[in-house]
Design a protein around this ligand. Structure first.
Ligand code: NAD
Ligand code: WQD
Length: 339
């Protein structure tokens, strides 16, 4: 079986995906410059899988260094490209850094795919490419709207770049995976989300508040037109998300793809409100949570959730976990890392 190059392998979704790939018999190498992660996660992956993954600590924007990785690993067959800057608010303040990092790294990866003949690419895209979606649930055919942030625009542009690449490289096959709201941690609580940047996503904000790192948290608005007034999202457990990458790679390797560029939504297909997520946390963990209702957050969409039928039918992807599993594993991870 050929080797898989995981970029951003020390990050949140990358590290969980490496575990799932190894569990499914893949050999993996990682490239991560540790700009938002720590090499300690490699110890965690080893503790879970018994396998030591080699990480190349290089910046993917450095063309020669990326080429060197491919020179040293001529058997790279699949590439899963997670590496990116991902903080929506930061991207508004530093758009150039986001375009430079997220697009140059992708261009170097595509260039090396071509140059070294690596056949398969899986790209981390995001539901943010749908902007204010025109229909719910969102299918892969739902038209993309104006991006709400420079971050989201890097994902739309990244998708477009891969589309143009695919047109002139029929022998290379790529998959764009549009994640909805990834959350939760590995069951072992050995790995989880551990960013250097302060958390702004709902689930880590909840666990950090409950453990006392924050005095309270704010629910951004309870006057939306939803069942309880708070925003609706599709929270997908990171291990189910990880498994979709393994399935996508196996799908390409088996030649089951009908086109050399395919797109899949990755969500569980159920909308959960912010207040329901908070209730789930308190029920599953038995912990109280200090929260107050605040103003709406600028840029928030009211509701978005996925239609996951395409990933289920074509990839055979069957996410098993719900919001309660997300809260349980996220809380176990928070307790472990805060010790
Ligand atoms: P993360 O920040 O935990 O992981 C990304 C990793 O990439 C980090 O370890 C970082 O050090 C590395 N990296 C960034 N730029 C690099 C560069 N130029 N060279 C080498 N390494 C670099 O993020 P994540 O949550 O694991 O997200 C993974 C991917 O999924 C990203 O592309 C992100 O945009 C996308 N995504 C994430 C979410 C989410 O909510 N977490 C949702 C949708 C899409
Ligand atoms: C979820 C809900 C908030 C924090 C972002 C990116 C998206 C994708 C996933 C990368 C919203 C509410 C949150 C808090 C709250 N990432 N909330 N209080 O905004 O849906 O999506 O992450 O691609 O591109 O935009 O995720 O976790 O920030 O928010 O009430 O302290 O929780 O208003 O309704 P979001 P989130």
């Amino acid at each position: 079986m050929s080797k898989v190059l995981v970029t951003g392998g020390c990050g949140y979704i990358g590290s969980h995906t490496i575990v799932d790939l190894i569990d499914n018999g893949f050999e993996v190498i990682s490239v991560d410059n540790l700009s938002n992660s720590s090499a300690d996660v490699l110890d965690g992956i080893e503790a879970i899988t018994g396998k030591r993954v080699k990480n190349y600590n290089i910046d993917l924007c450095w063309e020669e260094a990326v080429q060197q990785v491919f020179e040293e690993n001529p058997d790279i067959g699949g590439i899963i490209h997670f590496a990116a800057l991902k903080a929506v608010g930061e991207s508004v303040l530093q758009p150039i850094s986001y375009f430079r990092n997220n697009l140059n790294s992708l261009l170097n990866i595509l260039d090396c795919m071509d140059r070294y003949g690596a056949p398969h690419l899986i790209f981390s895209s995001s539901c943010s490419v749908y902007g204010n979606a025109t229909e719910l649930p969102v299918t892969e055919k739902t038209p993309l709207q104006e991006a709400e942030s420079p971050y989201a625009r890097t994902k739309q542009m990244g998708e477009q770049i891969i589309r143009d690449f695919s047109r002139i490289h029929p022998k290379h096959a790529s998959i764009l995976l549009r994640y909805f709201n990834p959350a939760g941690a590995h069951e072992s609580a050995i790995i989880g989300e551990a960013p250097y940047n302060p958390a702004s996503n709902l689930v880590p904000v909840i666990t950090e508040t409950a453990i006392g790192k924050r005095p309270e948290m704010t629910v951004f608005g309870d006057d939306y037109d939803t069942r309880d007034g708070s925003c609706v999202r599709d929270y997908i457990h990171v291990m189910d998300l990880a498994n979709a990458h393994t399935k996508a790679l196996q799908y390409l390797q088996a030649g089951k793809n009908t086109d050399n560029l395919e797109v899949f939504n990755l969500g569980i297909g159920e909308g959960v409100t912010v207040l329901e997520a908070i209730q789930s946390f308190m029920k599953v963990t038995g912990q109280p949570l200090q929260y107050r209702i605040g103003e709406r957050r600028p840029g928030d969409v009211v509701a978005i959730y996925a239609n996951k039928d395409k990933a289920a039918e074509r990839l055979g992807w069957d996410p098993q976990r719900d919001i309660n599993d997300i809260m349980r594993t996220a809380w176990a991870w928070e307790q472990k890392r805060s010790r």
